[in-house]
Design a protein around this ligand. Sequence first.
Ligand code: FAD
Ligand code: SF4
Length: 456
Amino acid sequence: MRQKVRQQSPEERRKNFSEVSLGLSDEQAKTEAKRCIQCKQPKCIEGCPVGINIPAFINLILQDKRKEALVKIKEKNNLPAICGRVCPQEDQCEKFCVLNKTGEPINIGALERYAADYELVHSLQLTAHRKKLDSKVAVVGSGPAGLTAAADLAKIGYQVWLFESLHIAGGVLSYGIPEFRLPKVIVRKEMDYISGLGVQIHTDILVGRTFSLDDLFTQGFPAIFLAVGAGLPQFLNISGENLSRVYSANEFLTRINLMKAYRFPEYATPINIGDKVAVIGGGNVAFDCARVALRLEKDTELIYRRTEKEMPARQEEVENAKAEGLKFRLLTQPVRILGDEKGFVSGLECIKMELGQPDSSGRRRPIPVKDSNFILDVDTVIVAIGQKPNPLIGKVTPGLKINPNGTIWVNENLTTSIPGVFAGGDIITGADTVISAMGAGKKAAVEIDKYIKGSR
Ligand code: FAD
Ligand code: SF4
């Protein structure tokens, strides 16, 4: 039987920001590893965008070789403790596991985390052994795409300079995903590994403002990888969105995660929210916001315009949120945010919806029910309806081709319209997943290596 990961109880965890999942015990990890039938032509590897040799590392866990299992994973994945926690494995490697045909797939994510957490207590600094090359590469953006490309390029021998606009590196891993799903100590640990490979991480540098891509070429970088993500919040475009206590999901999560508002007064950066919070959206980001608000002891409701069946969030997160007591208000669309005389949110006018025929996303289209408007008594609104690609570099770089949806245009080798400039991750796909961004970072490292060696 597939081993279930241990968790903090819902009653306990909704009062704290500590990690919900407690991982597999040694015994559980062995039992789970034993279930893998070590397929001769394993399909699970095809489902992993960074191509981890999954059966091989599982077999090492079975032999009690946890450290060796981690070394095996790190041959391909520079951020295993992160991926073991946040990858949507049900849509990746586990979806391809042959055991799906007869029962439940191997819990690959939990086993990856089990191997990776070895490093929490034992140091395993694998350094880049290759001879250092003369060439420098600039990586812009330190999310999973940038970190992966930087690590792989450093392993080849390049001198890699990683530029990040925020004061802390890690992209969404640091500012977006909350502590209770991805502890920041884990993110720091995996970034220490990447710095240990020789990658120089420079924070507080906004490429496009602090300096341009041309400046980087002039400074002697023959190749640049743009991994600037999709961090531009989308709004509902309804009246009242400029009132105080209306937050985009990004701002709300950044204040909580990066500025540690949840630890006020230990950190002098509180967040101004009321007692009754409406979170708008049905994706993973909306659930992260709602579960943070619950932990801040706010009366929290999730407002979604379709039904639970159409929610894009991971089923696991929906179940976790339900167990923690999150209230859902489904088939509901906000139409106006009401404000008081001081400019603060005082209510949310909504309309009821019903489902019609499927739209271009394949999900049934929500249609407003006539004369069904009502007012919700809330004092804080968090808008979590999606993010768009960061537009700055596209705007200030002549010749950089941008697609109509705001993503950077690239060819199949991740080359942009400017020779020597590559791009990958959410900035070329729009909001996606950690592991797809890492897959792009890996591919970019190979292509950049070919480009630099080919242009000598
Ligand atoms: P990002 O992680 O967005 O990193 C881009 C970095 O570039 C940022 O640090 C940004 O500050 C920096 N930057 C931007 N412009 C510049 C510039 N001009 N100069 C210098 N630096 C710049 N995916 C999952 O697989 N599992 C999850 O559980 C999950 N949860 C999520 C929760 C939230 C709240 C959010 C927002 C996303 C979540 N995702 C999840 C999606 C996933 O995090 C992203 O797909 C992934 O981080 C994209 O990686 P990236 O490297 O392309 O960009
Ligand atoms: Fe093991 Fe499943 Fe991969 Fe086969 S497909 S090697 S059973 S994890």
